[in-house]
Design a binder for this molecule. Structure first.
Ligand code: AKG
Length: 377
């Protein structure tokens, strides 16, 4: 069935109905990929070779059981606290130098077919009509997770997750931003199909890892009805013609896509060049995703480019080094919270442990407004 109806011309129930067979088939395809399991390291201390291979083959991998129930409870409690304290509208969002919240209309597609985000979302998704009791705006994202939620800082310093980033992007991998995606049932907006990268597509040394990856920790089950869907393998193809894919598929439900499924406490790593997106959440299930993105350092060092909001920046060594301090600070915070776990060593700052302790002073001087140093490629 071709989706030719305008926004809000279908109800959330009709949207869920239209998704039903797509979800069934997508679930089967996702389970057949075999790219999931616990974080396993090899004898060299790096991610096991078969995991790295599966990541590069499909463009994503699902790490199971990364977050204990105890830690999950802390993360969920922090999310609830932030939601409860959220201002009613963007005007009240003044706690930090940059906004902490992104608000959207329930079940809407804020990006598809617009020039927002450097025009990287070429097609419009269906925006089913929200229920009569829905608010005008819903919180779609938190921005700057590491300053908003102490539990997120702890999670960020996780030995296995940082070892994964090092194994795939090199020891000098760099962080770029941390956001939360909030997809409440019957409210969560869609994120129209896109590829994340906006800088290196035409570079002579472009490769399948040129725009890094996102780590996506799931605080609730990630289901086909609420999750991010991907087109496996598309990270190898360069810039993909998403409009054509949509025309070929006859609807927003792209053929061959798979849902990134997992349980609460699992974490995906997802290549930013993959074609991916999420539908309006017409399902009965909440999704909360903590995103933390990483790049290979050589892909940002001295690069001049525009960020998603269009502002132009050059990421020199001082900028990058300042932003990278969040890694050892988070490692120290995690060690204080979970002292029996292995401690990750971030090689580029290995000699600066003392300057990068997590304490009241570094919280105020470095963690607060740390996201002024975010990068974007
Ligand atoms: O979580 C979502 O719904 C979308 C995530 C996404 O598109 C991204 O992180 O680039």
């Amino acid at each position: 069935m071709a989706d030719t109806k305008a926004d809000e011309s279908i109800s959330a129930a009709e949207h869920a109905q239209a998704m039903a067979s797509y979800i069934r088939e997508g679930n089967e395809r996702a389970r057949a990929l075999g790219n999931r399991g616990p974080i396993r390291l090899g004898g060299d201390g790096k991610l096991a070779g078969d995991i790295i291979e599966a990541y590069w083959q499909h463009g994503f991998y699902v790490f199971e059981n990364v977050i204990s129930n105890e830690e999950l409870a802390e993360l969920r409690a922090d999310v609830e606290r932030i939601l409860a304290g959220a201002p009613a509208s963007p005007e009240g969002d003044t706690q930090f130098a940059l906004p902490s919240f992104r608000f959207e209309k329930p079940l809407s597609d804020p990006y598809g077919g617009t020039t927002k985000n450097k025009g990287r979302h070429p097609v419009k998704m269906l925006g089913p009509k929200p229920g009569d009791d829905a608010p005008d705006l819903t919180v779609a994202n938190f921005l700057g997770n590491l300053q908003l939620m102490p539990s997120c800082l702890n999670l960020y310093g996780h030995h296995g997750l940082l070892t994964a980033a090092e194994s795939i992007m090199g020891a000098d991998f760099v962080p770029y931003n941390e956001v939360t995606f909030v997809k409440e049932p019957a409210l969560g907006p869609s994120v129209a199909w896109h590829q994340d990268g906006t800088t290196h597509w035409d570079a002579p040394d472009w490769d399948q890892g040129a725009h890094g990856y996102n780590s996506m920790a799931q605080l609730y089950p990630s289901t086909a009805g609420n999750c991010v869907w991907v087109l496996p393998g598309t990270h190898k193809l360069g810039k993909v013609d998403i409009k054509q894919l949509m025309a070929d598929s006859g609807s927003e439900r792209l053929e061959g896509a798979v849902p990134m499924l997992c349980e609460a406490g699992d974490v995906f790593i997802t290549n930013r060049q993959l074609v991916h997106g999420s539908f309006a959440n017409s399902s009965p299930d909440r999704r909360i995703t903590l995103n933390a993105g990483f790049f290979p350092r050589r892909r940002v060092q001295d690069v001049t480019t525009s960020k998603l909001d269009g502002t132009v920046a050059t990421y020199d060594g001082d900028w990058i080094d300042a932003r990278c301090r969040m890694i050892p600070i988070a490692v120290d915070a995690r060690q204080q919270r979970f002292p029996d776990e292995p401690r990750y060593t971030y090689q580029p700052l290995a000699g600066q442990t003392e300057q990068n302790r997590w304490n009241e002073q570094t919280q105020q001087e470095l963690v607060r407004d740390y996201n002024l140093w975010d990068f974007y490629i």
